[in-house]
Design a protein around this ligand. Structure first.
Ligand code: ADP
Ligand code: MG
Length: 466
């Protein structure tokens, strides 16, 4: 077992113990740096996480690792270290030089003209805003009506009662759309308004770049003289001390001048790790609203609206089918619709319930994961291979049983993200190493075995159909 697998298995255990919010907050971007038999060093993204893990979760982490290694770990330590593949929190003093900002980006492109003085010269970042993200193209349902109302209110009366507005919710639920709708609406009312939309990442990069090139003042002028500042995905500010400080001052300046600030995040301010207290309190100053996953009627309405722009017409039964199968998020709903449009245009046929069902069924099964259970997977696989559940959970290592057993373990991991130890338990109390082995074996075979790929497709279709 390599360190990656060991950590994945340990995370699997920890995930079961902790709430989702805590788990993602504290274990995101962690990994094992070193592991040598009795000594484990865990890499963490920042000192705050390090302190927290040491104080709160040390025992749990130790237990989780020992359950997997099955021998005692004498030393467990933590070290601040980041890996390039994950979104890396940046501490200003330590960062490597960033690549020069892409000249095409409106915000970065405006660097050259950062020393603007008059309104006319000011590089309005309206081009960074997607003009199709408007209030008109936003469907209001119960789960987003408050966020929508707040957004409309600040677009009409910026810098008024609600400042800042902080919108949070899971991915793909329309936060960015709403944020930009505010910008679009304000620009429509007043084309001279200075609207600045930036993701947290952009703000960070701009800031770092400005400091490095000695243009800190220009950066300040730019961010602190707008009428409306829209900051997306602020959760990425976690651990970036320099950026937090800069944002804090930007915030204060704008707020004092009664300029509107709207912020989006995938979680409420309190759940953003390593956020400076004073900044946290600012974020909670104004209005805090969440957006949730849309209900069936809203999903259907969204589909109807998106169809209008796509010159495709779908019947009520078809819309209903799509919306009832893709539940968790609007981005996926849109993805499914795009796929349907593409397939039908390609084949040059009219969409009907019959023609869309296979498309939806083959669409990212992750979205309907919730409907399957371990029991359901075991049942489907045993039916497919025509063997009994009892046998597959039993001790026999006969090939006709061993192979389906491995497929079950693979599917439990792949489709449900169950931890290896729990997979072992599901399969009649097997060892977690057996589950790991099964997973990697099947994954390997799948790379170039067409037959097994077809088998698994069929099994999945059956699994998600029932
Ligand atoms: P988030 O920023 O919350 O991850 P986005 O704003 O990027 O989500 O939304 C994902 C996609 O779903 C966008 O194309 C957006 O237009 C669409 N969308 C989300 N919610 C709605 C809604 N209520 N009405 C219309 N489109 C929506
Ligand atoms: Mg977004």
């Amino acid at each position: 077992m390599n360190t990656h697998e060991l950590w994945q298995a340990a995370l699997g255990e920890l995930e079961l113990k902790l709430s989702k919010a805590h788990f993602t907050t504290w274990f995101r971007n962690t990994f094992i740096i070193e592991y040598d038999k009795h000594q484990v060093t865990v890499g963490v993204p920042n000192t705050f996480t390090k302190a927290w893990l040491e104080k709160k979760y040390h025992k749990d982490i130790l237990n989780a690792i020992q359950n997997i290694t099955e021998h005692p770990i004498k030393g467990l330590g933590y070290r601040v270290e980041t890996r390039a593949s994950t979104p890396v929190p940046v501490v200003l003093k330590e960062v490597e030089p960033e690549p020069a900002p892409a000249p095409t980006h409106p915000i970065n492109a405006s660097y050259e003209s950062l020393g603007f003085t008059s309104r006319e010269e000011s590089p309005r970042s309206s081009t960074a805003i997607n003009s199709s993200y408007t209030f008109d193209s936003f469907v209001v349902g119960k789960q987003n009506e408050l966020a929508h109302a707040a957004a409309q209110a600040v677009a009409a009366h910026p810098g008024g009662t609600y400042n800042p507005v902080f919108v949070y919710g899971d991915v793909g639920l329309g936060k960015t759309h709403l944020l930009q709708a505010i910008g679009n609406s304000m620009l429509q009312r007043n084309p001279n308004a200075r609207v600045l939309y930036a993701s947290c990442e952009q703000f960070t990069n701009d800031f770092i770049h400005a400091v490095r090139t000695g243009r800190a003042k220009a950066f300040k002028d730019r961010y602190r003289t707008v009428d409306l500042l829209l900051i997306d995905d602020i959760q990425f500010i976690t651990g970036k001390e320099g950026t937090q400080e800069e944002f804090f001052h930007t915030f204060n300046t704008l707020h004092q001048d009664n300029k509107q600030i709207v912020i989006c995040s995938d979680r409420p301010p309190k759940a953003i790790a390593a956020l400076e207290k004073r900044l946290l309190s600012r974020l909670e100053w104004g209005m805090l609203v969440d957006v949730g996953a849309p209900d069936l009627e809203t999903r259907i309405a969204i589909l109807q609206l998106k169809c209008q722009n796509k010159t495709i017409s779908l019947g009520r039964d078809t819309l209903q089918y799509i919306a009832s199968n893709i539940q968790s998020n609007v981005r996926e709903l849109e993805g499914a619709l795009n796929k349907i449009v593409a397939v039908h245009q390609f084949k040059n046929i009219q969409p009907s319930l019959e023609t869309i069902i296979p498309i939806i069924d083959s669409f990212d099964v992750n979205t309907i994961k919730k409907t399957v259970s371990p029991k359901h997977i075991i049942q489907t696989v045993t039916e497919y291979f025509d063997i009994s559940i009892e046998d597959v959970l039993g001790k026999s290592r006969e090939k006709r049983l061993a192979f389906p057993r491995q497929i079950i373990m693979y599917l439990l991991r792949e489709e449900m993200s169950i931890s290896y130890p729990s997979i072992g338990t599901e399969l009649g109390g097997r060892d977690h190493t057996t589950a790991m082995h099964a997973y990697s074996k099947i994954a390997k075979i799948l790379k170039d075995d067409d037959q097994l790929n077809r088998d698994l497709d069929l099994i999945k279709q059956k699994m998600y159909a029932g």
